[in-house]
Every structure is written in structure tokens, then in C-alpha cells.
Design a binder for this molecule. Structure first.
Ligand code: UQ1
Length: 457
């Protein structure tokens, strides 16, 4: 079985690695700023831990590892070709006209501790049997421990005609699921004076499963305040439909019942098991289950959530399960076949809802278990599937859904305030809009935020 021990040739492997690392400081700087410059001869380097992905999971995990005090300079490496790191939970707020997208991003290199080596390249291929991977420029990195956390890919091409419709500044077709278009959302909402608005959610796994309806609730509230939307009234200038590939409003029964109640009260048409497949001018076409015929609807405004899935370099690797996600144990986050490989966040097979909140609970478990393993001990921390969806139901109110594996509620404020979080509240709105973005950049990416547990490390 491949494992850390295969890397260590006596004490020498560490020594060689340190020498290599100390010989190349200038090249490392080049990598940060000239991501497209490829060396002529592939270079091979070694790190104790390689973390693939500088997103929420990758940064939280690499900094929690560093803060354990068990690593020195360049022991840990992060691999990510991105120039920018985005606070993606904020894109719904951009779509609602509450934030500027430029304020939600930071240069990735500014978020990585100088003691961590950043490789600004993509991954070419994993070679877990050799405890190594190749970068997109051909260089090779070997490791004792590997964390795979590159997130998921947004497949805009999954909806025919969508890339063109999104790129057209005149179209009222938009999506909060991307930096490029999230600010178009509010422009389209603000522009619409009458007609039918359709908000879609695909069948299948997406990140932040509540966001497709959060943006609908904000738009509804915007139109209601402008006198353009009157729930279930024939003289409402705007009509609203929620077209979802799923059979319900939300995957957790407790919250789904409440959200369906809101949908009915607010006169929103529910088009369940309607999975958007194409956009053509002002027409949207939906696939139906069980061999039923496709349905085409006219729209005046369309908010689209494309399908999402694992990156090809993960899906096509030995690390993936059948669905293409990194095949880890639900409790320990350790790979089922390669014990020195770990995964958290959206790219992992952890069967929970993909959110930044989930990462606050996954990261400490992964870090504890990796450190145990490195000391030759058994992993003893267990992730219970905790995740959360602060669901904006209008301007000024959030239903703070929190749950664990099996869709079982696990509510933070039930414990110490006796509050039932199924009720949308103003205090949770301020958590979502003001506190979470702040604590994210001030603590979470630095490895000092434990989500419902508060500050850690
Ligand atoms: C959280 O910690 C977090 O990260 C900063 C979020 O951000 C997106 C969240 O949505 C949630 C719910 C948490 C969990 C923290 C508490 C205090 C419930």
C-alpha cells in the first residue's frame, strides 16, 4: 500500500527536500506572478503536505496545519492556478444589490502565509501510488500527505444557449454562480417592469443548494417593494416561477416545509422536476422525468443555475469514486484506498450539502486525523456532516438552516437561546450579510474559525 513511509529513505528524504526548497527562492516568486511561464526542464520537489486548492477548504486546512506548530517553512504547499480568491457566499448578496463583487475577492497570494509555498499552476495528473502529482507545467510534486480540495466546476455548457445568453448585455438572463455575471443579476431584476420571471435550480449536486431560491426571494421582495409584485393577484405586473429539477424546495424536510409554505403564501408557481436544458431567446426548455415530454416556457427574466460537477483532473484520477468525487470516509475524511490522501469541501465525496459552513466543521476533523496519522496513530476525529444554509427569505430576514448527515437539524442557537431556526430572523440576516464575510477573511481562511464552535487555534 502506498503511504508516507515509501517517501522516506532514512532521514535523507527530508534533507534533500529542504536543500531543494532552499535553492529555489527566486523561482518560487516567479511562480506566484508569472503563472504562464513554463520551465524547459520539469522540476521535481517534495513537501510534507501538498494541498490542492486555495479555496475555502484549502486555505482553512493549510493554515490550521501550519498553526499546529508541527511544520516549518515550505513543509506545506498549496497548488492553485487562480489569481483571485472569492468569497462566493457573498455572490447572492451581489445579486440582491447589497454588495459589490470587487469587495468580496482578495488576491490568492495575499491570503497564503509566507511559510506556505504557493504553486500558481493547475494539476496535470495525480499519481497516488508514487505519492506524487504533476503540475500543469510538467513539474512534479511529491508529498507525505495530500489534501485534495479544488472545489467543483460550473458547467455553463450544460444548458444549451446559456453562455451566449449570459454574455449578452441586453438579455435578462443571469446567474449568481460566477464572478463575471453575479452583478448582472441585480441589473436584470431592477430592469424588469412586467412579465414572467423564472428562477431555476438543476437536478443533481450543486454548491449551496439554497442559493437558487435565495436570489428569487430577494428579487420578489425588490419587486414587491416597487409595487410590481402582488402575491397571487391578477393585477401583479410580474409573475414568478421557481423551476427546479428536484421534487421539493429543499433537501431537509423541516426547512422544505417552511419554504414551500412561503412559496404558496407568496404566490410563486412551483415547477418541480423541471430541469433546464436550453435557453433560446425568451424561451426556456426543461427536461421532465420518466420519459415525459420536455416543457418550454416563455420568460421575461431568467435566473439560471447551471449543473456542476467534479473537475476532470479529479474525476479521471485514481482518487475518484464513481461519481467523480474524491472517495473519502464520511467520518474521518481519509481516502478509502490511499491513507495519506484526504479531502474536504466541494470536491470530496462527503455526502453533505456543499457550503463554506460545512468546511468549518470538516477542516478541523481532517487536520486532527492527518496529524494523528503522521504520528502513526489512528484517526479519531469524526465529521457528522454538519452544514448550513443561511437562507435569505427577504431583505432583512434569514432562515438559518443547519443540519447534519441524514438531513437531521443541528441548530446552533437552539442549544443556547432555545430558538427554532425554521423562523426567518433579522439577527441571522446580519450574521449572513455582515458577520460571516468579516469572519471569513479575518479568521476562517487563516485557520482560526471553527464555525458554530467560534474561534479556534
Ligand atoms: C460559518 O461559520 C460560516 O463561515 C464563515 C458561514 O459562512 C458562509 C455560514 O454560513 C455559517 C452558517 C457558519 C456557521 C457559524 C455559526 C455561528 C452558525
Amino acid at each position: 500500500m502506498a503511504g508516507p513511509s515509501t517517501l522516506r529513505i532514512g532521514g535523507g528524504a527530508r534533507l534533500v527536500r529542504r536543500q531543494v526548497a532552499s535553492c529555489i527562492p527566486r523561482r518560487s516568486q516567479q511562480h506566484r506572478h508569472l503563472a504562464t511561464v513554463s520551465p524547459v526542464n520539469p522540476v521535481s520537489r517534495s513537501h510534507r503536505v501538498v494541498v490542492v486548492g486555495g479555496g475555502s477548504a484549502g486555505l482553512a486546512i493549510s493554515h490550521q496545519l501550519l498553526r499546529s506548530g508541527k511544520f516549518t517553512q515550505n513543509d506545506i504547499a498549496v497548488v492553485d492556478p487562480a489569481e483571485w480568491h472569492h468569497y462566493q457566499p457573498g455572490w447572492t448578496l451581489v445579486g440582491g444589490g447589497l454588495k459589490f463583487k470587487e469587495d468580496l475577492r482578495r488576491r490568492l497570494d495575499s491570503l497564503v502565509d509566507p511559510n506556505i509555498r504557493l504553486y500558481s499552476h493547475g494539476v496535470g495528473a495525480f499519481a497516488p501510488e508514487d505519492n506524487a502529482l504533476t503540475l500543469s507545467n510538467g513539474d512534479r510534486l511529491s508529498y507525505d500527505q495530500l489534501v485534495v480540495a479544488p472545489g467543483v466546476a460550473i458547467n455553463y455548457g450544460s444548458v444549451k444557449g446559456l453562455p451566449e445568453a449570459l454574455a449578452d448585455p441586453e438579455s435578462l438572463v443571469s446567474s449568481i454562480y460566477g464572478y463575471d455575471h453575479c452583478d448582472k443579476v441585480f441589473r436584470t431584476v431592477d430592469k424588469l417592469q412586467r412579465g414572467r420571471a423564472i428562477f431555476t435550480q438543476p437536478a443533481g449536486v450543486i454548491k449551496c443548494a439554497g442559493a437558487p431560491q435565495k436570489i428569487m426571494w430577494l428579487a420578489l421582495d425588490h419587486w414587491r417593494r416597487a409595487g410590481l409584485y402582488k402575491p397571487a393577484s391578477s393585477d401583479s405586473a410580474i409573475q414568478i416561477s421557481f423551476a427546479t429539477g428536484l421534487p421539493v424546495m429543499f433537501g431537509v424536510p423541516k426547512y422544505s416545509a417552511k419554504l414551500d409554505e412561503l412559496r404558496r403564501e407568496r404566490g410563486v408557481e412551483g415547477l418541480f422536476q423541471h430541469d433546464l436544458v436550453s435557453v433560446n431567446g425568451n424561451e426556456a426548455t426543461f427536461a421532465r422525468p420518466d420519459g415525459q415530454e420536455q416543457v418550454t416556457k416563455r420568460f421575461d427574466l431568467l435566473h439560471v443555475v447551471p449543473k456542476m460537477g467534479p473537475h476532470a483532473f479529479v474525476k479521471n484520477s485514481a482518487l475518484a469514486n464513481e461519481a467523480g468525487y474524491v472517495d473519502v470516509d464520511d467520518g474521518t475524511t481519509q481516502h478509502k484506498k490511499y491513507p495519506n490522501v484526504w479531502s474536504a469541501g466541494d470536491a470530496s465525496s462527503l455526502p453533505t450539502s456543499k457550503t463554506a459552513a460545512a468546511i468549518t466543521a470538516e477542516a478541523p476533523v481532517l487536520v486532527r486525523n492527518m496529524l494523528q496519522t503522521m504520528e502513526g496513530k489512528a484517526p479519531d476525529a469524526v465529521y457528522d456532516g454538519y452544514t448550513s444554509c443561511p437562507l435569505l427569505t427577504e431583505y432583512g430576514k434569514v432562515l438559518l438552516a443547519e443540519f447534519k448527515y441524514g438531513g437531521v437539524p443541528k441548530e446552533t442557537f437552539d442549544g443556547w437561546l432555545g430558538i427554532d431556526q425554521v423562523e426567518p430572523r433579522r439577527a441571522f440576516y446580519h450574521l449572513k450579510k455582515d458577520f460571516f464575510p468579516w469572519v471569513y477573511y479575518n479568521s476562517m481562511v487563516k485557520g482560526t474559525w471553527g464555525g458554530p464552535k467560534g474561534w479556534v487555534n
